[in-house]
Design a protein around this ligand. Structure first.
Ligand code: CO8
Length: 258
């Protein structure tokens, strides 16, 4: 597939996807979503890739769904075709880790997409918001749900009811992002973090991701049981034997990713 709205590269064992629609602040049009899904499919199938970074430009991660593309749709257009079908959520079922590196605006669907990633590293100029209320609608791809889980009811409610944006410092304080870095360091920092993850055992990384995500879907007791079963399963991998042997022998592990 030829990409017109994203740039895709492989750097070592890390897959880098850059949203690239500068004329529209990286607004998420249908073509961009198709391309993003295709790129994620490719990285999932590529055994050499063990972590993915999703980023935008210095000005905008993404300023939301493409308003011009959806403005004339009526109820049956969106309800009938279940607009924002599962492709919009493709990031959430990526089994390899996906880091969002966010500079500039992450608004509406852009904020939702960043929250679908496994964690967010933000540049100092990042601005997060769910401004849909200001254009006569509400978030449609998890904003009311994920933002509330990240930052709590009070801030999420205020942001969804007023469209107020959160800057990077507030986003870090509120637990929306894992770290804030200078704009010029964002990509390098995200790539280094991704390389660190890609240098670990893929089965353990995938299990850890699955276990943390389960915390959002289940009770504490069930989540802990799920974690325990995955922990037990990790003992069936070659990498658990290698990792523990390497520790005992005071040498670096030679991961097989199996
Ligand atoms: N859709 C389409 N075009 C956009 C969008 C957008 N979301 N955002 C910006 N653009 C375009 C502008 O129209 C403008 O185009 P042109 O040059 O042709 O006039 C260009 O990008 C540059 O934008 P601005 O001139 O407005 O730049 P500013 O620096 O003045 O402002 C802002 C930047 C604050 C980001 C401003 O553009 C803005 O408010 N954008 C809209 C933000 C918004 O309301 N987003 C929510 C959209 S609705 C949504 O996301 C629903 C989610 C559904 C689920 C999606 C699943 C992933």
């Amino acid at each position: 597939m030829a990409y017109e709205n994203i740039l895709v590269e492989t750097r070592g064992n890390v897959g880098l996807i850059t949203l690239n629609r500068p004329k529209a602040m990286n607004a998420l049009c249908a073509a961009l979503i198709d391309e993003l899904s295709d790129a994620l499919d490719g990285f999932e199938k590529d055994a050499g890739i063990r972590c993915i970074v999703l980023t935008g430009s210095e000005k905008a991660f993404a300023a939301g769904a493409d308003i011009k593309e959806m403005k004339s749709k009526d109820f049956m257009d969106v309800y009938g075709e279940d607009f924002i079908t599962h492709d919009w959520e493709r990031v959430t079922w990526t089994r390899k880790p996906v880091i969002a590196a966010v500079a500039g605006y992450a608004l509406g669907g852009g904020c939702e997409m960043a929250m679908m990633c496994d964690f967010i590293i933000a540049a100092e100029n990042a601005k997060f918001g769910q401004p849909e209320i200001t254009i006569g609608t509400i978030p449609g791809s998890g904003g009311t749900q994920r933002l509330t889980r990240f930052v709590g009811k009070s801030k999420a409610m205020e942001m969804c009811l007023t469209g107020r944006m959160m800057d990077a410092a507030e986003a870090e304080r509120s637990g929306l992002v894992s770290r804030v870095v200078p704009v010029e360091d964002l990509l390098e920092d995200a790539m280094k973090t991704a390389e660190k993850i890609a240098g670990l055992s893929l089965p353990s990384v995938m299990m850890a991701k699955e276990a943390v995500n389960r915390a959002y879907e289940t009770t504490l007791a069930e989540g802990v049981k799920f974690e325990r079963r995955l922990f037990h399963s990790s003992f069936a991998t070659q990498d658990q034997k290698e990792g523990m042997a390497a520790f005992a022998e005071k040498r670096p592990a030679n991961w097989k990713h199996r």
